[in-house]
Every structure is written in C-alpha cells, then in structure tokens.
Ligand binder design. Structure first.
Ligand code: SF4
Length: 717
C-alpha cells in the first residue's frame, strides 16, 4: 500500500525536510518537504537520490542484516544470533573493565546518529561504565566551532538562522565550499544575491571553488593564514574608525589586549603573509564593518586545523568589534558538516562535555548530571578525544572499542596509527548499517543497525532546528535501532558490573526513542538550550529551533538580541589569540600543500552515495588536482599516475590539472577509500585511502585534527 512519511535528509547539516514515498517494505521515492523551513521543498543531488541508495535490502548486497562474529582474529565473520552478540559485547567489555578499569574501553560514535542514540551511548559510557572515553566523528567536524563559540560568546550556540541569509547586506563565506557541501543553503544564497544584487559576497578560500564563483570579492589566502587575515581586518577597522566603541564598552570584555595584538598586523604584512593584495584587505574590512548587517558563514576550512579554535575565535572577534551580532542578517554562523553533530553536542556526547551543554570540568555540572541519571558520580578525568582514543588503543591503553555508525578505518587521519589501534585492541565491536566498510575488516563483531528511512527520533541542524526523523519502512533483516542496541548491552552490563549500576532497577528503562528524548528534554531545563516547551507531538507538526522553554510559543530564531551573553558577567569576550603556523609547513622534501574536502555528489566514505552510478557523473574517479604550471614544472601530464606521499604514507592516484588551485597546492576529495585505489595491504586489509596521507596533529583546545593541510610530495609513478 503506497504511503508517505515526513522525515529529514541524513546527509548534511542543512537538515532538509523530505517526504519519503514507500510501498510496503520498499522506499520508492523521495521529494523535498515544501513546509520544512530549512529547504522549502528543495533537495540537492544527494538528497533527491536517497530513495535509490536506500533500495536495500532488495537490490543491495552490502546491508548488514544479521549479527556477525569472528571465532578468532583472522577467521571469517560468521552469522550469529542477537543474544550471543549482545552477551559477547557485554562480557568482553565487563572483562576489560574488571581487569584494567573503565578507562580501558572507548566508544567512538557519530554525528549521523540520532539525538536519542547519542544520549544512550553517552549515559552508558559516563553514567554506567564510568569513563569519559566517548568521542565522535563530530570531533573531526565541529569541535573547533564549539570551542570558538564557548571561548568568545560563552556557549556553544550558533546565534543565527538560515533566514539571515536573505537579510544580510554582506556575506563573508570563509573556509566553506557551500556550493558543494551545503547545496540547498547555497541555492538560497544565490537566490538572495539575485533578488538583491547590492548584497556583497566575500569568499575566502585557498581554492577558487564553485562558491567563489558567486563572490564580489575573492580572497585566495595561503593555507593556514586565516587568523592573520582576521587580525589584519581588525587592524584596518581600528585604523579607519569602523569599530563600535560604545557597543564594545557595554557588551564585551578583553578588547584592549586584542587591540595591542593586532597593532603589528599591518595591511602590508598581512597581505604578504596571506598572499593577497592589500587593497582587497581594505575592501573586505570596509564591507564587513560598514555594511548594515554582515553574516559570516564558515565550516571546515576554519575547523579542521591545528589552530581551529583560534581561527573561529578570531572571526567572532570581528563580529564583536563591529557589533555585527544579535540583529537580523548578521552574526557568526558555523555550518555543520553532519546531519546531527549539533544533537550530539546537545546531549554532551563528546569526551569533554556533559548533557545539555554542561562542562565535564565543572564539579557542579557533574553533580547535576549524576543526579539526573541517578548515579553516584560522573568521572572527572577528561576522556580521550578521537585522535587520542585511537592513539591510546595503538599504545595498548584502550583495549576494547565500540564503534557506532562511522568508519574510522577510512575517515580518521593518519590511517597507519588508526589501523594499528584496531589491530591491537583486544575486542572491536562495530555497530553499522553496512557490512562492507573498511572498519568491518577489523571488527570482531558486527551489530546490524537500522538506517535512514527505518529510524525514529530527532536531529538538530546548523540553525538549532530540531526535526523529526521517522521510519517509512520496517527494519531489514534483524537490524535494530542504535539506541536499542546500546540499551540491550547496557542492561547486561548492569548485571555484570552491579557496583556501577544505579539504585533504580535499571538506568536504561527506555521503551521507545521518545522515552529517551523525554529524559534528554528534562536535562535541558534552565540551560541555554532549554527545550522543555517541546514534545514529539509538536515536532511532528513542525520543526523548531532551540531554545524553547516551557510556556514559549515558538523557538528562538536569533540569539543575543539583548546584548547579554551567557558568560559570568554577561559580556562577550574578545579572544586574544595568536596566529600559529601550519602544523606541517611545506618544505623542500614535501613541497606541496594538500587539502582534502567534499565533492558535490558524494558523502563521507561513500557507503551510501558510492552505490549509485549517477552520483559518479560529477567526479567519476579519484585524482589529485594540481596547478597546471606545477604539473609542467614537474614533468607531469594530465592523467599520469603519481605517488602522493606525506611523512605518514603514500597512495597512487592520477593527477589532474586545475587552475582553481594556487601554485604549490594540491587537492583531493576526502571520500576516496582504499577500494577505489585498489589492492590490499601486507596485513590483508584494504588499502587506506586519502587519509593514509593526512596528519593527526590537532588543535590544543578543540582537539580537532588538521585534515585541511598536509605537506606532500608528488612524483610520477
Ligand atoms: Fe540533504 Fe544537505 Fe542536500 Fe539538504 S543540502 S538535501 S540536507 S545533503
């Protein structure tokens, strides 16, 4: 019987509403939801083909439909039953915890989990097991944005809405190829520009991307010079009298120290460091500061950096100095890479956070969460973040890993270390919808999870809007929901580790995703993201932005309109951050700067989009792009196979000329795993993809790795 179900696209942080068409157990079509305020019916190439990639299990061979267990390392995976799989997981984790303590286990989860899934995993790790070793692939995506907001504005809360795009007089798009990474939002930007051609668009990126094609002013800065650029813009604003001293005096602190720092960032010095004309700096500063409203849109170009927090904070400094915040059409607006990186942050599903934007380092916050959960305490020792977690496993300190809904054997930087970690860990359980990801090669146990079109819960997009995700078809095979799998193991662990269980019969009494969500909702009461005025019934009618406390008629589109910030004194804080050089600068042995990034029609490790031929029409095969002059200088021709080599590893790919890049730069899509590069390693595993090359050097504050830059050499193969 044909039916239609409202849900949300599972790909990027735009969070488009979709209507799923289904017939029995088969998803037959998808179209944009015309009533969803994130997209008003639009979908991009990925979203509009969701039904074709979700044709499992009828036409796809790679869905994981049953639990699979290896009798021993090196043996083939064999089908097993759920009780054996759950008992094995609980027994192995309990064994390691009893022998080596709770910090000998780690949970690595995903920004593609729903908020309810995330909540249960976080409570399982921190509440029951007693470790903060839970981190997520959102660490690779948004943690610098989190740290930047908290450092300056006092809370991890993007203050803007998509509707600000239509109201801005100046858009400053920096470190974001929105045309490919957030296509539906970019259509909105294009439309706004067409309606109001006077709107100024500045795009700042080392690559002349499709997004840069819309720019009135393009700033092709050298990789890693963003902080220098932002300080240089502030220097000009101060010199020209374009800052807002009265607003600064009323609503901020710390400006004098920053003023002293940027004094030496003269236009000439900054232009030289960034590799752009000084006149363009002046134009950018004028447009940013003197436009009635300026909105910054930014993403991984700032976040995926060993100085990611400083980059985020230095950009927010500009908004504070010019009072471009708290009004329609202005503010610093970080774009979220994954569909629910925001939801994960809301439940505190990171190694340094706690529920409802509480801080692990704050004793009162730990006590509040312990009381909410009914456990004696939440451990105070910071957990291992993504890179640290795999390093600890490679060093033998973390002995059991539970990985859910992510593929670290492809997506983490420095694959040699990650793969050493997966081989050394005594027990690796992978909870996944797909049986064929690179990480599955290393898992002792596979737990089949439901996927888009089958799941039930909520996600939060970049503009703080919570949307419902609804099931259109039943779970295929024996797949179960992620939250339910975590609950089933947690209840077994409560029996195996009674000293860690709470006073109540179970810390995990949930019977539905809504029952999980209601507990999460209660945890937000009185917090900056208070959603006590929301419920599934209301969200079923319309998505809403947080905060929406009890009694509120609607969520809030814009934050800080009253000029009061969630800091101890109510003032925003200027961040006196220093420019730092790249973690791995170019040098004579590794003379090229490699940047990785999204392609328009692919998603992450391609486990979904890589199954559909039409999505390869845009970019059909892996390649590394170089400037034509660099190719000529090094004797390379179009399509030549090259060794692309960093200090950590090497891959062989064809080379392609691109004048979108500056001299000395190279670019490769982030999606290409080893299966697209061919061959197997000496240990029999698939080769690592592009992340064999990238570095795990990370920002000391956010712990986000510098995926956007590695020094490489490129030699004919
Ligand atoms: Fe999905 Fe993002 Fe495309 Fe919207 S823009 S349809 S959320 S991938």
């Amino acid at each position: 019987m044909p039916s239609e179900t409202r849900s949300t696209c599972p790909y990027c942080g735009v969070g488009c509403g979709v209507i799923i068409e289904s017939d029995g157990a088969q998803i037959t079509g998808v179209r944009g939801d015309p009533e969803h305020p994130a997209n008003f019916g639009r979908l991009c190439s990925k979203g509009s083909t969701l039904h074709l990639t979700a044709a499992a299990p009828i036409t796809r061979h790679d869905r994981l439909l049953h639990p699979m267990l290896r009798a021993r390392r090196g043996d083939a995976l064999q089908r097993t039953d759920w009780d054996t799989a759950l008992d094995t997981t609980a027994r192995q984790f309990a064994r390691v915890i009893r022998a080596h303590g709770p910090d000998a286990v780690g949970f690595y989860v995903s920004g593609q989990l729903l908020t309810e899934d995330y909540y249960v995993f976080n409570k399982l790790a921190k509440g029951l097991v007693g470790t903060n070793n839970i981190d997520t692939n959102s660490r690779l995506c948004m943690s610098s944005a989190v740290a930047g907001y908290k450092l300056t504005l006092g809370a991890d809360a993007p203050p803007c809405s998509y509707e600000d795009v239509e109201q801005a007089d100046c858009l400053f798009i920096v470190g974001s190829n929105a045309a490919w990474a957030h296509p539906v939002l970019f259509r909105r930007i294009e439309q706004a520009k067409a309606m109001r051609p006077d709107m100024k668009i500045i795009v700042c990126d080392p690559r002349r991307t499709d997004t840069a094609g819309l720019a009135d002013l393009f700033l092709p800065i050298q990789p890693g010079t963003d902080v220098m650029l932002f300080h240089g813009l502030l220097h000009i604003m101060l010199w020209e009298g374009w800052t807002q001293p009265d607003w600064i005096a009323r609503h901020t602190s710390g400006f004098d120290a920053l003023k002293a720092r940027v004094r030496e960032c003269t236009p000439e010095a900054v232009a030289q460091a960034c590799g752009i004309p000084a006149a363009d700096l002046l134009t950018a500063a004028r447009w940013f500061a003197t436009s009635p409203s300026t909105l910054s849109l930014y993403c991984q170009g700032l976040n995926q950096s060993a100085s990611g927090t400083a980059k985020n904070a230095a950009l927010i400094n500009l908004h504070l100095a010019t009072a471009q915040i708290g009004r329609a059409g202005c503010g610093p607006f970080s774009l979220t890479g994954q569909p629910n990186a925001m939801g994960g942050r809301e439940v505190g599903g990171l190694a340094n956070l706690l529920s409802a934007h509480r801080d692990l380092a704050n004793p009162q916050h730990r006590a509040e969460v312990a009381a909410l959960w009914g456990v004696p305490s939440v451990p105070d020792k910071p957990g291992r973040t993504a890179v640290e977690m795999f390093q600890a496993a490679a060093d033998g300190e973390i002995r059991a890993l539970w990985i859910a809904c992510t593929n670290p054997a492809q997506s983490m930087p420095d694959q040699a270390t990650v793969r050493r970690a997966l081989e050394r860990a005594e027990f690796v359980v992978l909870q996944e919808a797909f049986a064929t990801t690179a990480t599955a090669d290393f898992a002792d146990l596979l737990l089949p999870a439901t996927s888009w079109g089958e799941k039930d819960g909520t996600v939060t997009n970049s503009e703080r809007r919570i949307s419902r995700v609804r099931p259109a078809v039943p779970a295929p095979g024996q797949a179960r929901h992620d939250w339910a799998i975590a609950v089933d193991v947690a209840r077994r662990l409560e029996r195996l580790l009674p000293s860690r269980a709470g006073a109540v019969p179970s810390l995990f009494p949930y019977a539905s995703p809504e029952s999980v969500w209601l507990e999460h909702r209660e945890s937000t009461r009185g917090r900056d993201l208070d959603i006590t005025g929301l419920g599934y019934a209301l969200l079923d009618r319309r998505p809403e932005q947080w905060p929406m406390p009890e009694g509120a008629a609607a969520g809030r589109a814009r934050l800080y309109e009253d000029g009061v910030f969630p800091t101890a004194d109510g003032r925003a804080r200027f961040a006196d951050v220093a420019w730092q050089p790249l973690a791995e600068p170019r040098e004579s042995r590794y003379p090229f700067s490699l940047t990785t990034g999204r392609l328009r029609d692919q998603w992450h490790g391609m486990s979904r989009t890589g199954t559909l031929g039409r999505l390869f029409g845009h970019v059909p095969e892996p390649s590394v792009q170089m400037h034509p002059q660099d190719m000529a200088r090094t004797g390379l021709g179009e399509g030549d196979l090259v060794h692309l080599t960093s200090r950590r590893g090497s891959i062989v790919v064809p080379v392609q000329a691109s004048d979108e890049l500056g001299l000395g730069q190279a670019f490769m899509g982030m999606h290409w795993g080893g299966e697209f590069l061919g061959g197997v390693s000496s240990t029999g595993h698939r080769l690592a993809g592009v992340n064999a090359i990238t570095t795990s050097a990370f920002c000391p504050s956010s712990k986000q790795p510098e995926l956007k830059h590695a020094a490489v050499k490129i030699m004919k193969a």
